[in-house]
Structures are given as C-alpha cells and as structure tokens.
Ligand binder design. Structure first.
Ligand SMILES: Cc1cc2nc3c(=O)[nH]c(=O)nc-3n(C[C@H](O)[C@H](O)[C@H](O)COP(=O)(O)OP(=O)(O)OC[C@H]3O[C@@H](n4cnc5c(N)ncnc54)[C@H](O)[C@@H]3O)c2cc1C
Length: 291
C-alpha cells in the first residue's frame, strides 16, 4: 500500500512550485503506465510522497509549427496525434505509430510525454521519434534544458529526467523534400498488444536515387530503442537499384545480436526484424521508382 498526498497543478508554474518546494514528487499525466505500476506495486516505481497530477495543464496541450520544428506539448494524447492535421501533413509516421497503441481508452488518456518518460523498450512512439531526431524540452524551477531523445534515454525504463523536472515539449525538426518514413509493428494480438517488435525507418532518396541520411530504429529489439548505425551505414550511399535487401536483412539481425547477445527470442526476432527492414526498404524503392 502506497501512502501519498495528491496534488493538482493547473499551470506549468504551479507544477514547478511543487517541484521546487517538495521532495519525492511523482508526476501523473494520463496514468496509463503509472497507475498500473502503482496497482501492481512495481519494483520499478521509486518511493514517492506526492502524486502531482498535471493532466489539466492546458499549456501542455498543443501542436504547433515553430520555425523549422513541429512542437508537441507533452500532454498531447495518442488520439490527438492521430487526429491532428499538422501531424498528418508533416509526420504521418507518428500517426501510424499512435494508431497501433493499446485501445481507444488508452489512446484517449495516454500521452506522448508519458510514453517518452516511461521509456519502455516497447514504447511505440520512441522508435519514430528517435528516427525523426526529436528533442525534448525539460523545465525545472532552475530553468530549461533541451536534449535529443537519444541523449534523454539512458536505459530500459530510465531517462535523464531529474527529480524536479517536467517534460514540457517535444520538438521535431521538419524534414526536407525527398524524405520517406515507415513504421511497422508486430504485436502478439491485433489489439491491446504491447509491441513484440517494431521498426521505424526514415531515409532520403536523392535525385540520383541514392539513399542518404537513413535512420533505422527498432522497438522491443534492444533494452531500449536506439539507432542502428551499422545498418544505416550499409544503406546510405547505395542506389535503390543496387541495394542488396537480403544483405541488409542479415546486417540488421547481426547488429541487434551485437547489442542484446543471444536470447530465447533471438531466432524469432532476427528473422522478423530482417523482414521488417526489407519490407520498408522495398516500399521506399517502389515509391522512388514512381517519382
Ligand atoms: C492496456 C494498456 C495497453 C497499452 N498499450 C500500449 C501500446 O500498445 N504501446 C505503447 O507504447 N504503450 C502502451 N501502453 C502504455 C501507456 O499507455 C503509454 O506509454 C502512455 O503513452 C503513457 O502515457 P501516460 O500519460 O498515461 O503516462 P503516465 O502513466 O501518467 O506516466 C508515465 C511515466 O511518465 C512520467 N511522466 C508523464 N508525463 C510526464 C511529464 N510531462 N514530465 C515528466 N514526467 C512525466 C510519470 O511520472 C511516469 O513515470 C499501454 C498501457 C496499458 C495499460
């Protein structure tokens, strides 16, 4: 049984007031990860004395274009990502990823900020956000700092969020012409499935039909989602007609094993991950061919 006081903030300023003056404060957004962890007395949940409900802070519920970035408030729900016109226009990969999350109830409550800070190896928004080079803005009573998502994630269910920090904004640099993006997820069941494996792939195919700036990020394949630089390097610089897809499939499987070692799930995951990368690249190649 946990004992804690319940606090509510209606403004970022109020949340920072509590984070400044109190210790052992746990932030509550949609609660779809946190409340489950409280109920099952998860060993991952650190001791806390205060639960700070931020879910009514309107300032954290926005999606807006700012200069060369699309900025998303941390309280934007998965349903809002799916329904937003700016997301559909600039980053449909996020819409597809959000569509695969949980059930309508989970998508209506679960937030992008909670998905990021919970830092599950199976968090569906992390692979596309890492592939899109998203940055997170963290605000504390002492000021603001910004990290890339790759810098922010530090392990399975671990981030560099400090005790008195609030994740306020996710900033995604806009993609120039020629970029293509793909997200795929394989779940155990059709709905309510935590990803068994997923893959986000963002790349640019230039006017000579050569792959450039590929970003390849599997989900549920490694202790926490991260880029696969060896596979990216094997794709970059290749002409769409010269890319050996089977070879890329082998490279990505080897790169996964180099990070995780061999596990009971390796025979399945190696084959499935190869299939996902081949499928995504085939789709890109066919799109480039019709340019
Ligand atoms: C039945 C079920 C199915 C699910 N299916 C999926 C799925 O398919 N894919 C998937 O990716 N996830 C899934 N989830 C997990 C969950 O719904 C998502 O991770 C969701 O996005 C979490 O957001 P939340 O707002 O509910 O976070 P919360 O539970 O409120 O918080 C999660 C963590 O983030 C911290 N936090 C939240 N917001 C902030 C902030 N702004 N600043 C600092 N810290 C913050 C909290 O303190 C807590 O540690 C599922 C969960 C359930 C219960």
């Amino acid at each position: 049984m946990y004992n804690y006081d319940f606090l509510t903030a209606l403004k970022i300023e109020d949340a920072l007031y509590y984070l400044d003056r109190l210790e052992k404060v746990k932030i509550l957004a949609g609660g779809t990860d946190l409340i489950v962890n409280i109920h099952k007395k998860s060993s991952r949940l650190p001791h806390f004395d205060y639960l700070l409900d931020i879910s009514n802070i309107e300032e954290l519920k926005f999606i807006a274009l700012k200069k060369q970035f699309l900025e998303i408030g941390s309280l934007i729900t998965h349903t809002q990502l799916i329904e937003d016109t700016l997301i559909a226009k600039y980053f449909p990969i996020l819409k597809f990823a959000a569509q695969t999350i949980g059930s309508p109830q989970i998508r209506n409550r679960g937030t992008i900020g909670g998905n990021i800070v919970n830092a599950s190896p199976a968090a569906d928004l992390l692979p596309p956000l890492i592939a899109l080079k998203a940055r997170v803005e963290l605000v504390s009573p002492g000021g603001k700092r910004e990290l890339t998502l790759t810098e922010f994630l530090s392990g399975p269910y671990q981030t560099k969020l400090q005790e008195n920090e609030l994740l306020t904004t996710i900033k995604i640099p806009l993609l120039n012409e020629g970029y293509l993006a793909n997200f795929q997820k394989i779940g155990r069941r059709k709905s309510l499935a935590i990803a068994r494996l997923s893959l986000a792939l963002v790349t640019r195919i230039d006017s000579e039909n050569i792959f450039q700036d590929s970003r390849i990020v599997p989900g549920s394949a490694t202790p926490y989602p991260q880029s696969f630089p060896v596979t990216e390097g094997a794709v970059n610089g290749k002409r769409t007609t010269d890319l050996n897809l089977e070879e890329i499939g082998e490279i990505i499987a080897k790169e996964m094993i180099s990070i995780t070692g061999k596990r009971w799930s390796t025979p399945y995951k190696s084959k499935a991950l190869s299939a996902l990368v081949i499928r995504a690249l085939k789709e890109f190649i066919s799109k480039a061919g019709t340019k």
